[in-house]
Design a protein around this ligand. Structure first.
Ligand SMILES: [Zn+2]
Length: 272
């Protein structure tokens, strides 16, 4: 049996006390109203087509990988992603850049390989990638399917971070990863869905602000709905691009026919 090591956040500071405060305050939030309020504040997802080729730029995605062969990448474990796992950091001092720095220094210990690691950290205005999406991370359930088959996304919670923008950027990133890896919407999961052997409760209250009483409910379904609508925006783009291509092919065909017609007229006149 592998020894499970409790994650430590030595350089990020002051975490555990704040987690308790957050969990308590989260429970008192009127759960079903939360999604409605956020939807009103954010507005419905527009049906504008989204070009996946420009997605990195739109998301402000920065690639800042953990060094190959070190810390969370020391075992170099290939992965074909089948799921996307959504977390929140419960770290109220560290932004996405602080997490990237910690992962690159091997400062977050735990999991099976000895180092915690995940694929992306999202804050209101930025996404940072820490691991290639075809390498396994250590963010969910030790040696369970959450780690073995899922792309891990952490949402930041530091003071001053825009929570709505963070959720929206995460929904967009999840949609893009669904598209790029052929992952169905039902495989976009909260960390809660991956039980941790030896822990009580086994199912973590994570991402806590998208759950109700520590479990997925209305708010989680609302978030998944936004992921799905962003995914549809990519499909709209693809469909529009396909139609444009068909239109162009038809125009080219007609212009070739007209050209051939005039050519034959010229040849006939030339002959007479
Ligand atoms: Zn989590």
């Amino acid at each position: 049996m592998k020894r499970l090591i409790v994650p430590l956040f030595p350089i990020l500071g002051g975490v555990s006390l704040l987690i308790v405060v957050s969990c308590n305050s989260n429970r008192s939030t009127a759960s079903s109203g939360k999604a409605q309020i956020w939807e009103r504040e954010m507005g419905a997802v527009a049906k504008t087509p989204w070009n996946p080729e420009s997605a990195e730029k739109d998301l402000n995605l920065k690639v800042d990988l953990i060094p190959d062969g070190k810390y969370g990448r020391r075992l170099h474990r290939e992965m074909t992603p089948r799921y996307i796992t959504i977390h929140s950091t419960q770290n109220y001092t560290g932004d996405a850049f602080a997490h990237a720095k910690a992962l690159k220094k091997g400062a977050l210990r735990g999991g099976v390989c000895g180092y915690l690691c995940w694929h992306f950290t999202v804050q209101g205005d930025t996404v940072i990638q820490h691991l290639p999406t075809n390498e396994r991370g250590e963010h969910a359930d030790f040696d369970g399917p959450g780690n073995r088959y899922s792309i891990g996304i952490e949402m930041c919670e530091h003071k001053g971070n825009n929570q709505l923008a963070t959720m929206e950027r995460t929904a967009e990133l999840a949609a893009l990863l669904m598209y790029r890896n052929q992952i169905p919407i039902e495989n976009v999961r909260p960390h809660y869905d991956w039980p941790r052997e030896g822990y009580k409760p086994a199912n973590k209250n994570c991402p806590h602000f998208l759950l109700e009483n520590g479990k997925p409910g209305t708010t989680w379904r609302w978030f998944v709905g936004r992921v799905q609508r962003h995914y549809q925006r990519i499909l709209f783009y693809e469909e529009a691009a396909k139609q444009q291509q068909q239109k162009k092919s038809e125009e080219d065909r007609r212009s070739r026919l007209v050209q051939r017609f005039w050519q034959s007229i010229v040849e006939l006149v030339g002959l007479s």
